[in-house]
Write a protein that binds this ligand. Sequence first.
Ligand code: NDP
Length: 390
Amino acid sequence: MSHVTRLTILGSTGSIGQSTLDLVRRAPQGQFQLVALTANRNAVKLAEQAREFRAEIAVIADESQYEVLKAALAGTDIQVQAGRQALIDAGAAPADFVMASIIGAAGLEPTLAAIEQGCRVGLANKESLVCAGDLVMSRVKASGATLLPIDSEHNAIFQVLDTEHPKGVTRLILTASGGPFLNHSKDAISKVKAADALKHPIWDMGAKITIDSASMMNKGLELIEASYLFARPSAEIDIVVHPQSIVHSMVEYADGSVLAQMGSPDMRTPIAYALAWPKRMQAPVEKLDLTKLSGLTFFEPDTERFPALRLARESLEAGGHATNMLNAANEVAVASFLKDEIRFSQISEIVEDCLSVLVSRHKPSSELGAILAMDAEARDTATELIKRLR
Ligand code: NDP
């Protein structure tokens, strides 16, 4: 690539954000120019990154951290901004590529702002699609933005999906590592602590997605993400547990062919794929040596021990309002579990109770205000349910 890619990273201090910057650091000088970097509260790391990569703008969402960021960037010409609107403006700042890697529904509006400028958007923030799939996809269509999936499963499908002949595609098959409790009994799962759930056997990720992986809610969110991204109904998307995480996902065709994308489990592969698309770039990942693999296994997930998968599928089938509320209730319950306020198994129980109270009261909507209101209502309901448990 000869021309400079103007790059913004929403959520640069997180796991995906740091992996993206690792690739930028190793890329030939001048390949990337950093436009905006953003964080929630970690002003110190954000300032370090902004200085190292000579970003034009540094945005901290939490306004109480503005002075810390300002002081840490004193003497530079980096613009320092704070607050929710500044975060959305960062998504809208003219760029060739925006990495949307904020965690949770908080990423929705900045991701939408990035999409609306019609550039390439690396979509790590799957919650945008889970909360507002129809809205996000309609804005993609209207703006001409290119959505490049960062989740390794969706990135795999993106690489092997024949979009020119969609009728030939019969099934998408998402693989799941199964997380740290894959072989635990239902009883053992109910007793695990946050520290156990934070130890993922394969992937090193942020806290929220690590808990979601342990409950398999992450795979449920990915099912919903895949349905919107690739315009396929729930019935055409399967999930198989594949503990080695070598086959990142597959597409089945009408003639019986199954195309898979494989690689060592390292997020820098899908990130590099997206950054360089439609070309390829170097990524410092361990090359796959098939002769050294002890075996690749695949089996059906157990929705009895991992009810989050069932809840996500039911929500997808019920509509976008249900997936939005599933996500909101899950975010609240995971935050509460991380504070040791509730048991692990109660995360799914709270989500299920919340959905059973709320879903029938609402309809799917593609209007941002309605989506945010439903998100807020689900958060209030989940918070109330948690209070009653304590
Ligand atoms: P992290 O928790 O590591 O990082 C999240 C980033 O978002 C940080 O920069 C954080 O800032 C910022 N952030 C958090 N809350 C807010 C908020 N309310 N407003 C603005 N910014 C906020 O998350 P990950 O990198 O693990 O995940 C990011 C996204 O990528 C998620 O949607 C996840 O599902 C997806 N993903 C992640 C994978 C991984 O390997 N980590 C794999 C596949 C998908 P601060 O540092 O200040 O808290």
